[in-house]
Design a protein around this ligand. Structure first.
Ligand code: 13P
Ligand code: SF4
Length: 331
């Protein structure tokens, strides 16, 4: 007899002191089961404020890790410990290499203010925290960079070169990417690590041209993980929550093509909403989590044999927490 996962999940959620969290990029059937949804910043804030001792996080690894770091007393489980491909691009030693790159080109370490996008491992956040730096997300990067600049230091931005460049451009700051052409830290305000999201690299200028030609007057809305040329050519760039708000505020007759992960775009207003790509922009890791995985994870709590628990060592929690709390303190 096959299991009705949805019904079983609902029963387990009623019985257990657990909060199910779901990022917008999750599959629809998993997303529907979540008690808390939002963009990365909202999820971090709301998980911290939540009172249940158990969190089951449907998303990618750095998201579950961040909850464990800001609320170490919680037991955090992930139905799939799927790692964001961008977060995988940098580890502690690549981070150290980036700091050394700047030091070797005449910027003393104490004059570097590191900012890491939340899409990074807790070990990288800890290094950033130890150096007095902060975490940012796609919804607050402007404010965080602005705050960082108050120190009068050079900003080292990791791991997403696109986010770093896009926000530097919107603030009329000079930026460069380590390993791409001449990147002289003395000449730039924001020095970016060369990481990127392969899903958001799928959106091209040809896609924008296609939609603008086909539907004159169409709006183009994209996530700031897209290439700077795409963000430049778009009408709006914002985090997942900001994209939802932008689209919801449009006149229902207004056509809009959206450049972000497929599950979210597909869930948005139908009819006049288009996916800004000829290739289906699916995040493979976000799509790994299934309803069965969620059921098995909740069942493991009931059976007192929790699976896929997120564990972060004390040193990492201490310093990654500093970097995350510095961000959360900025309203
Ligand atoms: P948001 O913070 O906008 O939810 O983005 C998370 C993410 O991974 C985008 O690719
Ligand atoms: Fe990471 Fe890109 Fe997937 Fe977001 S869409 S979780 S940045 S791989």
């Amino acid at each position: 007899m096959s299991i009705d996962y949805k019904a079983e999940i609902i029963k387990l959620k009623e019985k257990l002191p657990v909060t199910v969290v779901g990022h917008y990029y999750q599959r629809d059937e998993v997303f529907e089961m979540a008690d808390i949804t939002g963009d990365s910043l909202e999820l971090a804030r709301r998980c911290k404020a939540d009172t249940n001792p158990w969190v089951v996080f449907c998303g990618v690894g750095f998201m579950g890790q961040s909850v464990k770091v800001i609320a170490p007393e919680k037991r955090v489980l992930m139905p799939k410990v799927a790692c964001c491909a961008m977060a995988r691009m940098i580890d502690g030693s690549y981070y150290d290499d980036s700091v050394n790159y700047m030091v070797e080109r005449g910027i003393p370490k104490e004059n570097i203010l590191p900012i890491t996008y939340i899409n990074s491992d807790a070990s990288v956040k800890a290094k950033v925290g130890e150096m007095g730096g902060m975490v940012c997300t796609s919804s607050n990067a402007y404010k965080i960079i602005e705050k960082g600049l108050e120190s009068g230091k050079k900003i080292l931005f990791v791991p997403d070169r696109c986010l770093g460049q896009n926000f530097a451009n919107s603030m009329s700051l000079k930026s460069c990417v380590i390993g791409e052409g001449e990147c002289d830290p003395k000449e730039a305000d924001v020095i970016c690590f060369n990481g990127f999201c392969s899903v958001h690299q799928l959106f091209t200028l040809d896609d924008i041209e296609f939609y603008r030609n086909r539907y004159p007057g169409i709006k183009i809305a994209v996530h700031p993980e897209c290439d700077p040329a795409i963000v430049d050519a778009a009408d709006f760039a914002g985090s997942t929550s900001q994209l939802i708000k932008y689209v919801n505020d449009l006149d229902p007759e207004q056509k809009v093509a959206i450049g972000t992960e497929y599950n979210l775009v597909n869930r948005m207003r139908q009819g006049n909403t288009y996916v800004l790509s000829s290739t289906k922009p699916e995040c493979p890791t976000m799509n790994e989590t299934t309803l069965e995985d969620l059921y098995l994870t909740l069942k493991s709590i009931e059976d007192e044999q929790p699976i896929n628990e997120i564990v972060v060592d004390e040193h990492t929690v201490k310093y990654a927490n500093l970097a995350l709390e510095r961000m959360l303190a900025i309203k």
